[in-house]
Ligand binder design. Sequence first.
Ligand SMILES: Cc1ncc(COP(=O)(O)O)c(C=O)c1O
Length: 462
Amino acid sequence: MEHDYDHLQRAAKDHLWMHFTRHSTYDTSDVPIIVRGEGAYIYDAQGKRYLDGLGGLFVSQLGHGRTELADAAAAQAKELAFHPLWSYAHPNAILLAERIAGYAPGDLNRVFFTTGGGEAVESAWKLAKNYFKLTGKPMKHKVISRSIAYHGTTQGALSITGLPPLKQQFEPLVPSTFRVPNTNLYRASEATGGFLDGSDPEAFGRWAADQIAVAIENEGPDTVAAVFLEPVQNAGGCFPPPPGYFDRVREICDEYDVLLVSDEVICAYGRLGHMFGAERYGYQPDIITSAKGITSGYAPLGAMIASDRLMEPFLHGSESFAHGFTFGGHPVSTAVAMANFDIFEQEHILEHVRDNEGAFRATLERLLDLPIVGDVRGDGYFYGIELVKDKGTRETFNEEESEKLLRGFLSKALYDEGLYCRADDRGDPVIQLSPPLICDQAHFDEMEQILRTVLDKAATLL
Ligand SMILES: Cc1ncc(COP(=O)(O)O)c(C=O)c1O
């Protein structure tokens, strides 16, 4: 489609309110406008090509330009554009629910559709509260989550989020959420006050999991409904679970009758080489929250997947879960999700990620020879690269340096060099990578080369 570039710039600046955006940045520069995508690449309005190193926003599992997914959307819109799931059903919602239940671990057989991840998180918290009210534990309502973890921006999901700078402007938020330490092994010494140095990941995992039990005890087990954890925590820069962490968390949740919610808005649907992160790390959640990759981004959709036990009280008499969204489980989105999973199966996408993740890791680890690269961590096609001021002491940048480095230089420099990814300082400064799952060694090399060029320059700025 042809566009008038000057008109787009003017209209973007005059009318479009972008998300999490410092609009003043664009007082003196153009708004980056992306017009099309092909495979692992996106193209801007001037025709310049970028490697989509973040999969849009941890979304584009199959990459861009998949006509099968566009065709599935068009066919469904022609047949039935819309009907809600409020006491009615439509075929793709039914078949997708059945399919996801088949992929999900254990008895996670009940699928409640939303339009995105934050709504899935909201739905999980409301379900946890409602379930306990119906099963004789009406005081159970509180939520435990981890420090620096992001769980969404709606008021409940934001309350569960562990990032104070994102919350302050909106306080008071929904009360009754509490933070425990995350599993940043690189910073184990700081987290444990020097008690553990991270050289024994299992001991650190045990310690971190035990903090959940401490928090439950502190709050009173009769008041705690759920703990929300990502398989690999994104914010802060990809913290995988240390060995044994989720086994211990499951034990704690069972001991205190607290629901384990695996927030897989990023980690599900192949990101870690499995349909669900819980499967990769071998634990059984009570609820999985998911979105993003479920459609590879060709239409908006989220899903909260609950165990049979959690739906059981709603199956009798006049009970219902009084909760829903007009567009949750939209016919077009569910049709696209079905087509997305067809391609996952035909093209062995999960196997592709598992076969290539070692190469991805090894390629990124080459960057460890740069003085500014402190840590490379993650799993599957999901990595964080932590930048440090002093590699020996692991000293991080102060706020001013971080501002200069990340916002002032890195984000733009990486983009100018042809890599779309994210430089983030919600915890310590990191670069986040989450490329389409179709990527291979040539893409990994391209990422590494661009990162090397830009990080070399970044080191000279400070
Ligand atoms: C773990 C996690 N939970 C929830 C959300 C919120 O999802 P959405 O932006 O679709 O509302 C995100 C978004 O990135 C996420 O990463």
